[in-house]
Design a protein around this ligand. Structure first.
Ligand code: KG4
Ligand code: ZN
Length: 329
């Protein structure tokens, strides 16, 4: 069975072709990030116009790489939520149109759910139950996952997403957008920082809050007399240490509370070198298997949409053409 996955929830126009459960025949991504950089964040109107311009090319490219024609496809799966509505609508409408044109079923897929399954694509097998940590530019959540269609969110961010906090802190420190990779690089270049920043712990809850530490960075930075690269590096280090500590502590606690020995991590912040190192170490100590996707599967992609779409389809799920795009989950 061949599934065409389409993803356009934010700034990546992506299409993938999946054979059966999880063989990725092609995964193509075209990003508009270079167009948003000068604005210091995503401009929704620019993102949706880019999707319109590139969606046909990206789908054609994926089919070409997989050496297939559109008529070979058995299922079309597209992200319908959450994300920027204008962007989502482009991929969703395109998927519905293909489905009608080739008379094959169409299925809407939740972007956050798809991130949680990304590590299993390369593992080549799925295992349940697991705890899914999603850390992206728009979302931060912990979920108890018992099956492809049995996902219960047990923790959410109450304000900024982890990636959003990275991006905003980077902006404060006058680093280019997106800030996550920049802070990661600076923070990893030293092993100690004289700065002590605080991140809300929200004890006895699996919720997160990253707006406080962002404000802490703002005050710390503004108070400095000498704002040089050394200070930026030290603040970046102190910020990353706190954020990663919270993510690691809550994820391991969620596994322990639900007596689960598998943790999957997805979303752009899953690229973070310190998070990968610390979570692997904590998992080893607690006897919990921690699964991270390859870098290209952490960031937004359509392979994860196609794979989850296939499994939901096998479980009997179908979407109507009336399915609309939604900004929230
Ligand atoms: O999952 P994603 O591609 O898009 C959303 O669905 O939001 O995640 C993008 C986010 C951005 O906020 C970016 O700064 C962050 O992932 N990011 C990182 C790293 N690489 C990307 N954050 C921390 N460390 C990184 N190495
Ligand atoms: Zn994402």
């Amino acid at each position: 069975m061949l599934t065409l996955g389409i993803e356009t929830s934010c700034d990546e126009t992506a299409c993938a072709v999946i054979k059966n459960s999880n063989t990725v025949l092609a995964s193509c991504v075209s990003s508009s990030i270079h167009m948003h950089r000068k604005f210091g964040g995503i401009v929704p109107e620019i993102a949706s116009r880019f999707h319109l311009e590139y969606i046909t090319l990206v789908v054609e490219d994926a089919l070409k790489k997989a050496d297939l024609n559109l008529s070979d496809i058995d299922l079309i799966a597209a992200t319908y939520a959450p994300g920027l509505v204008g962007s989502l609508l482009v991929g969703l409408s395109f998927a519905k149109a293909i489905s009608l044109a080739i008379n094959k079923p169409f299925l809407g897929v939740n972007h956050i759910h798809a991130h949680m399954f990304a590590p299993f694509i390369q593992e080549k097998k799925f295992q349940f139950p697991f705890i899914g940590l999603t850390v992206s530019g728009g979302h931060t959540s912990l979920a108890l996952v018992k099956d492809f269609d049995n996902i219960k969110i047990i923790g959410n961010t109450r304000d900024d997403a982890a990636g959003e906090a990275y991006d905003k802190v980077a902006k404060l420190l006058e680093l280019p957008y997106p800030g996550g990779p920049q802070i990661d690089k600076l923070a990893s270049s030293i092993s100690l920082s004289p700065f002590q920043l605080k991140c809300a712990k929200l004890e006895n809850s699996f919720d997160f809050s990253f707006s406080g530490i962002k404000t802490d960075v703002l005050y710390t930075w503004n108070k400095l007399k000498i704002k040089n690269k050394k200070a930026k590096t030290q603040i970046a280090h102190a910020f990353q240490k706190q954020v990663v500590e919270i993510l690691v502590t809550k994820s391991i606690a969620a596994c322990k509370k639900h007596n689960i020995n598998c943790l999957s991590v997805g979303g752009g912040v899953a690229c973070n070198s310190f998070l990968r190192k610390q979570l692997q170490a904590a998992g080893k100590q607690a006897n919990i298997q921690v699964l991270f996707p390859n870098i290209h599967l952490c960031l937004d992609n359509a392979a994860m949409i196609g794979v989850l779409g296939y499994h939901l389809f096998k479980k009997g799920k179908r979407s109507k053409y009336s399915l609309s795009a939604s900004a929230s989950t």
